[in-house]
Design a protein. Structure first.
Length: 244
């Protein structure tokens, strides 16, 4: 199982996510570096984990408080070839996703569309046909199944036939909560997923939690707070993560 570090963007800063309660999000204070600058934080996360994948949530776009197109382009330029960004920017359908990717690549000095992997979250997705459209146009879309308080978020259909080959189980109230991973919800989704790759998110506190997540059958887990706080040591993180 690979660890995929997470970068949350809001109001121009990398912020600390807390239980999905976005009014509480504040610029990150990290043991990795003394700034909340997104590029510096991204570089520090990649250096700390050896990851070749970075998950980015543009909360400004998700909350309609101002997207981070220039910051995302700067991230692509700073991180260079070989590292892919899994991007959740509150996509409702295929067209706005494609338009954002095109804007980022125009603003970037070096990024190609292949460097950005769109993540469609059920919290915001309105058109499930976006998954098939993205696949047909050469993207490799990921579906984030978003939960809060044990309930699925959004209005999309719950059956799994339309799911893509990779699915994230995003339990928002476990994110940044130091409550441990939500293995029950993960197990329920994995039982429906067939041969798809299933990725967990949130709740990891230390290497013991990471071992539990690994035992759940996850192919990867999204982690942020434990990396920033140093409770997940570098020796505990699988190195060279390449989740594609």
């Amino acid at each position: 199982m690979q660890v995929i570090p997470v970068l949350d963007l809001l109001d121009g800063h990398a912020v600390r996510a807390v239980r999905g309660e976005r009014s509480r999000y504040r610029p990150i204070q990290s043991s990795l570096c003394a700034t909340s600058d997104p590029v510096a934080i991204a570089r520090a996360l990649v250096a700390a984990t050896g990851a070749r994948t970075l998950y980015v949530a543009d909360l400004g776009a998700i909350l309609s408080r101002g997207a981070h197109d220039h910051a995302l382009a700067a991230l692509c330029d700073a991180l260079g070839d070989g590292l892919r960004i899994w991007l959740d920017a509150g996509f409702t359908a295929f067209a706005p996703m494609r338009a954002l990717v095109e804007r980022i690549t125009r603003l970037s000095r070096s990024a190609s569309p292949a460097a950005i992997v769109p993540v469609f979250g059920t919290e915001t997705l309105l058109d499930i046909g976006a998954i098939a459209e993205a696949s047909a146009c050469g993207f490799e879309p990921i579906l984030s199944l978003d939960y809060r308080g044990g309930r699925a978020l959004g209005s999309t259909r719950t059956e799994s036939a339309w799911w893509p080959s990779r699915v994230i189980v995003m339990t928002l109230d476990h994110v940044g909560a130091y409550a441990g991973p939500d293995l029950d919800t993960f197990a329920a989704v994995r039982a429906l997923a067939g041969g798809r790759e299933v990725i967990g998110a949130g709740g990891i506190r230390d290497d013991a939690d990471l071992a539990l997540a690994d035992g759940s059958g996850a192919c990867a887990w999204l982690v942020a707070s434990a990396i920033h706080d140093g409770t997940l040591g570098r020796r505990d993180v699988p190195r060279g993560a390449s989740a594609g």
